[in-house]
Design a protein around this ligand. Structure first.
Ligand code: PAF
Length: 253
């Protein structure tokens, strides 16, 4: 039976009574098969799996995006149970931000590029909440999807910078049959946009350069934010209607 932990006290109590390795999957909910693959990896590698669901306001630079973020706790709990999660941590803002965000983690180099260039303060919010959650949960390993590649790399570097005793495990992007990267935002695509959304992945993969991928996507009517090559990956973000999608692929040489 899954334990539902609503407060830090309940989390501490759960954490004290278990022994063995703990795998942690932090999420903002609206769980889909991509999250399920993180949970499966955590299940494989750990004696206990803790999942957190918290829609973190400090990483949203657009209040509309925060408002519209899907909240589906009931179905999330069903998926968590199906994947054998031992504990679901669902804290409130005041539990996690007793300081009302007076303190934050600031990364001064990579967080301003790519997604960071378009979402001011986004990665400070991500790094701050991840640091808080890692400190609270005290996992042996924590699992993050490669779809959010910049986020994954910044978290890996933060863990090194602050000497955190946790292993960060990258998990490959889960895709729909047509190649679209799974995302909680996909449900907000109109049927027409959903149909052309896989072109994003196709262009990232097949274009000879980032610039060529951008051009192709713009020809197809996508509103491109950025397409850039970084660390042997091609990263991109774009809008389909009001929905912002991100993706990245390994660059094959
Ligand atoms: O990737 C996410 O869902 C979020 O950015 C995370 C890591 C849970 C922090 O809120």
């Amino acid at each position: 039976m899954i334990s539902i932990l609503r407060t830090i006290e309940e989390l501490n109590h759960f954490r004290q009574k278990i022994s063995g390795t703990v795998g942690f999957v932090p999420t903002m909910g609206a769980l889909h098969e991509g999250h399920a693959s993180l949970l499966r990896q955590a299940r494989k590698q750990s004696d206990h799996v803790i999942l957190s669901i918290f829609v973190n306001p400090t990483q949203f630079n657009d209040s509309k995006d925060l408002e519209n973020y899907p909240r589906t706790l009931e179905t999330d709990q069903i998926l968590a149970e199906r994947e054998g999660v031992d504990a679901l941590f669902i804290p409130q803002y005041n539990d996690l931000y007793p300081d009302h965000y007076l303190y934050e983690v600031i990364e001064k180099k990579w967080s301003h590029l790519f997604c960071g260039a378009y979402r001011e303060g986004h990665f400070n919010g991500v790094l701050t909440i991840v640091l808080k959650l890692l400190n609270l949960v005290q996992p042996h390993s924590a699992f993050f999807g490669e779809k959010d590649y910049q986020q994954l790399r910044l978290i890996q570097e933060m863990v090194k910078a602050f000497f955190l005793k946790v292993q960060i495990v990258p998990v490959e992007t889960c895709r729909e049959a047509d190649g679209l990267a799974m995302s909680s935002r996909n449900v907000r695509l109109t049927p027409k946009d959903r149909q052309r959304a896989p072109l994003f992945h196709q262009c990232l993969k097949s274009a000879p350069s980032a610039q060529a991928a951008r051009q192709k996507l713009e020809e197809h009517g996508f509103r491109v934010e950025y397409i850039e090559d970084w660390e042997n990956r091609r990263l991109g973000a774009l809008y389909l209607g009001a929905v912002r999608l991100i993706d990245n692929v390994k660059i094959e040489h």
